[in-house]
Write a protein that binds this ligand. Structure first.
Ligand code: NAD
Length: 360
């Protein structure tokens, strides 16, 4: 099983090193090959996603990704900025399904900004369509308005669109994921205003009626979903939506759990080839200090074993080891509270490795 390891920038190198340590202790037949990406690749080759890195990713069963970006690259032309590497990988690998679990560990309930009783035991999964919607729809651009409120003035526009196959394939992903969990899907749309999302709602309903009557389906407008996520988040099981709404709701759901340093993510294509990365960025403010929380990346490696490599048992072992270190009271700065033991990135990784070894 071949894994492309792309640590990237900032804390990316520190947190990926810990995930690699954890993978190695499992003694699985994994071939790990590293390559530069993002700003690190730009420094070496003049491009954030060099040909060799892309080739490695395309040929691997899975990609373990750290994070890319640094403020110092903000003045570069857009195609050369580190963040373009992740967009390029999504496009070339056809990663249309993004999974973001939001789990509130009982040990960290107090870290959420919501009341403990609202988030204790929270375990929801956000599934976001990743390659369509207004983010990729054409045409887009700037022009002189021919109509609207101010004809003749400068305006900008984007195009929101979804085709039937795009909606069908992500709907199948969502219903199948729900079958393995709480058997409930909330499809989030804005069908009351947008044609694209009336179509979304119609197609999702068809897929449900034809194939997934054993799963409960509810439809919810995105504004209500944003409200319900902070009012009663435990009502949800699988929340499934388009690219833009998913972008916003998945960050909202992330914060329910307290720290973005705990949240893994997976992006999959039709062949179950996937890119696995923490939900956070490269955190330039703490890079190089050895204080970043590596658990989101370690949990992303667990998702990689589960979804792309068919190693469910190994995935569960990692998740249990993470639970164990939290129970033992170890905390990086982002999840620290009085009475717990503050540790750095490497110590946290070492503790997960030790917990895995103790499992026997
Ligand atoms: P960020 O997620 O990097 O950081 C936000 C805050 O969370 C910071 O205070 C940071 O210190 C903290 N944080 C993040 N991860 C942490 C961890 N593992 N442990 C402890 N604290 C953690 O977001 P940002 O500051 O808005 O962006 C920084 C850079 O990352 C930008 O260049 C941005 O474009 C890039 N970015 C990359 C990705 C990606 O690679 N997929 C995603 C988001 C942002």
């Amino acid at each position: 099983m071949k894994i492309a390891v792309l640590p990237g920038d900032g804390i990316g190198t520190e947190i990926v090193a810990e995930a690699v340590k954890v993978l190695k202790v499992l003694e699985l037949p994994l071939e790990l090959e590293h390559a530069p990406v993002g700003g690190a690749a730009y420094e070496i080759s003049g491009h954030p996603l060099p040909e060799a890195t892309l080739k490695l990713a395309l040929g691997a069963d899975a990609v373990l990704f750290g994070a890319v970006g640094d403020w110092k690259y903000d003045k570069l032309d857009r195609p050369l900025r580190p963040e373009q590497a992740i967009l390029g990988l999504r496009k070339h690998l056809g990663l249309f399904a993004n999974f973001r679990p939001a789990i509130c560990y009982s040990q960290l309930t107090h870290a959420s900004s919501l009341k403990p009783e609202l988030v204790a035991g929270l375990d929801i999964l956000i599934i976001r369509e990743l390659t369509g919607d207004i983010y990729f729809g054409q045409p887009r651009g700037r022009r002189t308005a021919v109509d609207g409120h101010f004809p003749g003035s400068e305006e900008a526009f984007d195009t929101m669109r979804y085709s039937r196959p795009e909606i069908e394939r992500i709907a199948h992903v969502a219903f199948q994921a729900a079958r393995k969990r709480g058997k409930k899907v909330t499809s989030v749309d804005k069908a009351n205003v947008l044609e694209t999302f009336q179509f979304w709602k119609d197609v999702v309903t068809e897929v449900h009626t034809q194939h997934y009557q054993d799963v409960e389906l509810e439809h919810m407008y995105v504004d209500n979903a944003a409200m319900q996520l902070v009012k009663a988040p435990k009502k949800f099981d699988v929340v499934f939506t388009g690219n833009m709404f998913g972008d916003i709701l998945s960050d909202e759901a992330a914060m329910l759990t307290g720290s973005i340093g705990m949240l893994p993510s997976a992006s999959l294509n039709e062949r179950n080839q996937g890119l696995y990365e923490p939900s956070h960025g490269s955190a330039p403010d703490i890079a190089g200090k050895g204080v970043a929380n590596p658990l989101a990346t370690i949990l992303s490696a667990a998702m990689m074993l589960r979804f792309s490599l068919g190693q469910e048992q190994a995935a569960q072992r990692i998740e249990a080891a993470v639970q164990q270190v939290l129970t033992d009271g170890l905390r990086t700065g982002d999840i620290y509270s009085e009475g717990t033991q503050r540790v750095g990135t490497r110590e946290m990784g070492d503790a997960v490795v030790a917990a895995l070894k103790r499992q026997g």
